[in-house]
Design a protein. Structure first.
Length: 205
């Protein structure tokens, strides 16, 4: 599926998405469709990788912390329960902008990673009020559907990988973390592409 998306190969039969849009054989619509059944899986897989990596360095963390709410009631994807750096807690929010979305093509065609970078800027703006107290370190983590990372994502994951390396002695820890996140995104992409097919109940004859 990952190779097919990069080559523009036919991955599905042309059909009507659950949202009503026409899906071409390349399946690209599913990567950004908000109603695709697989879109949430991509988000959940990536956050699980990040959570496990942070916990592996003996730092308690949780997903969707109930105490950290924005003014609109929404909350970030995860946060540490122990201070992460300089007495401040790490808060992260993962996003996977679609490199191939028509609204992103103008930006992505100019520079690799520009879509992810813009997504991280928007995340910083959204959570500016939450981290204004100075007690939190907010890290937006944006990885595009085709695998390009945003600068903040690289920075925070390099720090997590460095801590794992200090604990285990394995200098490849950052590379392994990047690989796990990359696989999570591609698995989620596959689920998102397939998730545009309307569910039909089987009828016994």
């Amino acid at each position: 599926m990952a190779v097919g998306l990069r080559l523009g190969s036919s991955l599905v039969r042309a059909h009507r998405c659950v949202c009503g849009a026409e899906v071409e054989t390349n399946g690209h619509h599913g990567l950004s469709c908000r109603r695709s059944a697989g879109r949430h899986r991509r988000h959940a897989l990536a956050n699980d990788v990040i959570l496990r990596a942070i916990r592996s360095v003996e730092c308690h963390a949780e997903l969707e912390p109930p105490r950290l709410l924005r003014g609109d009631g929404k909350r970030p994807d995860g946060a540490t329960l122990d201070p992460w750096r300089n007495g401040r807690y790490l808060v992260w929010d993962f996003t996977c902008p679609d490199t191939l979305a028509p609204s992103h093509q103008n930006l992505s065609s100019q520079a690799a990673g520009s879509v992810a970078e813009q997504a991280e800027i928007r995340k910083n703006t959204k959570y500016a009020e939450l981290v204004a107290s100075g007690d939190l370190i907010f890290a937006p983590i944006a990885i595009e559907t085709l695998g390009v990372w945003g600068p903040s994502a690289l920075e925070v994951c390099a720090e997590i990988g460095g801590r794992i390396a200090n604990k285990t002695g394995d200098t490849r820890s950052f590379a392994f973390l990047k690989q796990r996140l990359g696989i999570a995104v591609q698995r989620g992409n596959a689920a998102a592409v397939i998730g545009t097919v309307p569910f039909r109940k089987c009828v016994d004859i």
